[in-house]
Write a protein that binds this ligand. Structure first.
Ligand SMILES: Nc1ncnc2c1ncn2[C@@H]1O[C@H](COP(=O)(O)OP(=O)(O)OP(=O)(O)O)[C@@H](O)[C@H]1O
Length: 966
């Protein structure tokens, strides 16, 4: 490409002149001259070819015959191999490296044009250095140019001959110019300078000076340079043979040709200038191209100048030297500038690369950092959750009362004001305080868990589910809802008025879960579950109801809640006016080891504390409120003394604290679920509720214990009981034949037999009970049922045994207003509904009680009733100094029992005389009420007695005498 470009762009003044003169000579010569000249040139060609064949040998000169045509001659020499080899023979070492064609391939076939050019170029350079007439490399490519090649070869031959003759004297080459141009003047080599400029070696100033001389005097040998000499010789020989009138036209032709070439050069030059003044492309490769193209243009320009003095002459005519210098200067500057730009581009690129690398590194580090942060965040959350669990665990271990808090949402229709709750996070609730509450503006309270207004019933339950489930593992659990009126206690424990599956409260969910789990474990453990519902209304309690299946439970609770004392106050249109407690008793027997587990759970929905000025209650409602507040403040006192670890804990001050005694002071797992309302007007109560709850959270009860009896212990206990009973009988003169004291195993089997359906009370089945769930009648041990422990402090009475024992013939003390008032004042509890609910026993319940017939009971009793009573009395008297509720517990126990002696009769005697057990006479007046709706009979309670009690509102706000009355 470079070679061809160079060939296109470079031109020789000599060849132009020669061409023009040849045309003229051929035009002007006569017809006979042409064949003669053709013949002469052929002869000279043959001479040259002959000499070459002689020099290189016939085999090497095979490509051209002894008398070659012009075409053959040219093609034969085109590769330059023959020429270089001949030259090296004449003048050894002139061409240092000759590119040879492979032997098996025709000469030149495997060589590229570039390689041919290399040989020819080397040859021409050497020829010029020897001062011999040369030719153009392009002459080898074009036809009709062989004359100069022939001249060159014959000159070399002449030089060779001269050398062979010893090189004596000046070498002269007598070019047969006459043959070409009609001149036979010998060509004398005056000095060893190159005859023509080398193709590659040029110098513009030399050319310029030569051309200037050529211009001033064509006929004289003004220049030392080969170019001018050659032109001069050509021109002289031509002119000498021409008539004077032909000369102007020849000169004109020469000049025209030269002008054409100059024009062409100029346009190339202009193009080059334009290119160099183009904006420098940003692309590095384009810069390279521009630089290369400019360099090439400069080189070509210089070559052109070197090879065409006439063109330079023309340029000199047109432009002053300074201008050209300026141009060159600009070009050089531009090149320099481009180099600088390239450098800065490279530097910028390197900088960019560095920046990119740095950014990549930064991104990588950032990513790693972010990953780390995300990981840490997840870890932090996990740790928080873990902490909470551990905290709960520690609290469990320490036996702390667990405290959960729930915030009620604003109710529909309520004007939504700013909530008093500012923020909730895990176990912390922050209350927004107005300025008069302190500078802080907020107060945080910490609990085990806080549920916001949007927490669902399911979420709430799932958090306490493990606690509930631990009942089946033999723990005693107590969950009680606390809070001011209208804060959502009933909602949490039971649900809203309209119950749906989603809105079911803790009570329903807990029982369903227990039944579900017990059924799941039926292959390993046999569970017996019984449920009681109890209500403390105005410091009295009523309604203990046994149930035996999920459906029973649900129905019982529905009815219990329906019958719960509720009325409308200014604070809550369905305000519970009583404390309600659902108690679940669980007994589990390990089918392999025989170990017995006892667990119980109280689910307590306390009546709400209220400020009577706000609830705007009067009359009975006011009295209710006072009772509620009294019992709650009694609860506060108990909590306070528990947290201060005082020796005396005032459990006895209210029924509520008596009920919760085991949960608050025993080995139970206790959870207080504190509720608050979001309204600003309740802020005072909210703060005091939360403060109270925090105090409750600090109460340590000691670690909860599993109530587990292995079969051996149980047997021993029973043995002791039997012996005690035998002793007691003996002491009373009622000898019992040894055979009548059942041995342990007999007794156990008898106890088991008591539990068979044939003798068990029939409770109407309201649904499908799990097969392993024996219908369990209530444990009549009263508050003991809540601990259900076989501790020395309390003993649970065996309901079946008691039920089947003959009732002692203690007179029933008739209740009157005075009694009630007195009892109420003294804080002791008597079931005031006892009589009134007798007739309320439903048929099924009646059946149940009737099924326990005297003969049956007698046969099964074996004096157990006495023992049970005795044992209770013993225990109560034992713990009389430590327990505040022994007598009331007992009363409670007895009051709910059929045909049990009145406590007042027993309390007086330090060593009560066991009464002869009488066959049970099922006196309706002494039977306690069961499920209210299952007991539709009208109350037989005298109106006076009823009226003596505070009016007891029900769901519909109407007063009812008893749960069963309709
Ligand atoms: N989390 C809750 N989501 C929706 N409504 C609620 C929520 N908690 C309570 N409520 C509604 O607020 C009202 C008062 O609730 P609830 O009767 O349970 O309060 P309480 O604390 O039991 O009151 P009281 O002590 O007077 O019996 C009811 O209408 C109840 O449906």
């Amino acid at each position: 490409m470079a070679t061809s470009e160079m060939n296109d762009l470079s031109f020789s003044v000599v060849s132009i002149v020669e061409d023009v003169l040849q045309q003229h000579s051929s035009r002007s010569s006569d017809v006979g001259l042409l064949p003669r000249r053709v013949e002469e040139s052929s002869l000279r060609r043959y001479e040259a070819a002959g000499w070459l064949r002689e020099m290189v040998g016939v085999s090497s000169g095979r490509d051209f015959p002894a008398e070659p045509s012009e075409e053959d001659f040219r093609l034969g020499l085109r590769s330059g191999i023959v020429l270089c080899n001949v030259l090296n023979k004449v003048n050894p070492g002139s061409v240092s490296k000759v590119v040879e064609a492979p032997d098996d391939v025709a000469d030149g076939a495997a060589l590229s044009a570039f390689q041919y050019f290399e040989n020819i170029r080397n040859f021409l350079v050497a020829i010029e250095e020897m001062g011999l007439p040369s030719f153009e490399a392009s002459d080898m490519e074009k036809g009709g140019k062989s004359v100069r090649i022939v001249n060159c070869i014959l000159a070399l031959k002449s030089y060779s001959d001269w050398k062979l003759k010893g090189g004596i004297g000046p070498w002269r080459y007598g070019v047969n110019m006459k043959n070409n141009f009609g001149s036979r003047k010998p060509f004398v080599r005056k000095n060893p300078e190159p005859f023509m400029s080398s193709i590659s070696r040029t110098h513009s100033s030399e050319i310029t000076s030569t051309d200037q001389h050529m211009c001033s005097d064509v006929g004289q040998d003004l220049s030392e340079k080969g170019d001018s000499r050659s032109i001069n010789a050509l021109v002289r020989s031509f002119i000498s043979e021409r008539k004077p009138e032909e000369i102007p036209s020849v000169v004109e032709s020469v000049l025209n040709k030269v002008m054409e070439e100059v024009q062409q050069r100029l346009s190339i030059h202009n193009e080059m200038i334009k290119t160099s003044s183009k904006p420098i492309p940003e692309d590095d490769s384009s810069c390279e191209t521009v630089v290369r193209s400019q360099q090439r243009d400069v080189r070509q320009h210089e070559e052109a100048k070197e090879n065409s003095p006439s063109q330079v002459v023309q340029e000199n005519f047109q432009r002053p030297n300074t201008e050209r210098y300026e141009e060159q200067g600009i070009l050089l500057n531009q090149q320099k500038h481009i180099q600088e730009l390239k450098q800065s581009l490279n530097t910028t690129k390197e900088g960019m690369n560095l920046l990119q690398m740095k950014y990549q590194e930064d991104f990588f580090h950032l990513g790693k950092h972010l990953n780390g942060l995300a990981y840490a965040a997840t870890g932090y959350k996990r740790v928080l959750e873990e902490n909470r669990k551990l905290y709960n665990l520690v609290q469990d271990l320490k036996g702390n009362i667990r405290v959960y808090c729930r915030v009620r949402p604003f109710l529909p229709g309520q004007p939504t004001t700013l909530s008093t709750v500012e923020h909730i996070e895990e176990g912390t609730i922050t209350i927004r305080l107005p300025p008069n509450y302190g500078k802080e503006g907020r107060k945080p309270f910490m609990f085990n868990k806080v549920f916001g207004p949007s927490a669902t019933q399911e979420e709430v339950f799932s958090d306490m589910q493990p606690l509930v489930r631990s009942v089946l593992d033999g723990y005693n659990v107590c969950i009680f809802a606390y809070g001011q009126t209208g804060s959502g206690k009933t909602f949490t424990m039971t649900g809203p008025k309209e119950l749906t599956e989603e809105s079911l409260g803790v009570n329903y969910r807990a029982l369903a879960d227990l039944f579900f789990l017990s059924n799941q474990r039926k292959d390993t453990t046999s569970y017996e579950i019984s449920v009681q519902m109890l209500e403390i209304y105005n410091e009295q309690h009523s309604s203990l109801v046994p149930v035996s299946s999920t459906a029973d439970v649900i129905q019982l609770m529905d009815m219990g809640h329906m019958n719960r004392a509720v009325s409308s106050t200014a604070m809550n249109d369905r305000s519970s006016r009583s404390h309600s407690c659902v108690t679940v008793h669980v007994q589990g027997r390990d089918l392999t080891s025989g170990t017995i587990l006892h667990g119980s759970m109280h689910l307590v929905d306390l009546a709400g504390s209220e400020r009577v000025d706000k609830s705007e209650v009067t009359g009975d409602r006011l009295k209710e409120a006072q009772h509620i507040n009294k019992s709650l403040s009694a609860l506060g006192d108990v909590i306070s003394s528990l947290s201060q670890k005082t020796s005396h804990v005032p459990y006895r001050n209210s029924k509520l604290t008596q009920l919760l005694q085991d949960s608050l002071g025993g080995s139970a797992k206790t959870l207080m679920f504190v509720h608050i309302s979001p309204e600003a007007e309740t802020l005072g109560e909210t703060i005091s509720t939360l403060k109270f709850a925090e105090r409750v959270g600090s109460v340590e009860l000691g670690a909860a214990r599993v109530n587990k009896d292995n079969s051996e212990v149980k047997e021993l206990k029973e043995q002791i009981a039997n012996l005690k009973m035998a002793l007691a009988r003996k002491g009373n003169g009622n000898d019992i034949p040894p055979s009548s004291i059942p041995l342990n195993r007999e007794r156990i089997s008898r106890r088991r037999s008591l539990e068979t359906p044939s003798i068990r009370p029939k409770i109407p089945t309201l649904g499908n009970a799990p097969s392993n769930l024996r219908p369990q009648i209530m444990d009549l041990s009263g508050p003991e049922a809540f601990s259900d422990t076989a501790s020395s402090r309390r003993h649970s009475l065996d309901l079946h045994e008691l039920m089947q024992s003959p009732s002692p013939s203690w007179p029933r003390k008739s209740l009157n207003v005075k009694d009630e008032d007195r009892e109420s004042k003294s804080g002791e509890w008597i079931d005031k509904h006892e009589e009134s609910v007798q007739a309320d026993i439903p048929k099924s319940a009646e059946k149940f009680y009737q099924s326990i017939t005297p003969p049956q009971q007698q046969s099964l009793n074996g004096g157990k009733q006495d023992f049970e009573v005795q044992s209770i009395i013993d225990n109560e008297s034992d713990e009389g100094t430590t327990s505040d509720c022994s007598d009331s517990d007992l009363m409670w126990r007895l009051s709910v029992q059929v045909n049990v002696p009145r406590v007042s009769n027993m309390q007086g005697s330090a060593n009560p005389k066991p009464k002869k057990i009488q066959p049970k006479t099922t006196k309706p007046s002494e039977t306690r009420s069961l499920i209210p709706s299952l007991i539709p009979a009208p109350s037989k309670r005298p109106p006076t007695t009823v009226s003596s009690q505070p009016q007891r509102p029900t769901r519909d706000g109407k007063r009812r005498l008893s749960l069963g009355s309709k």
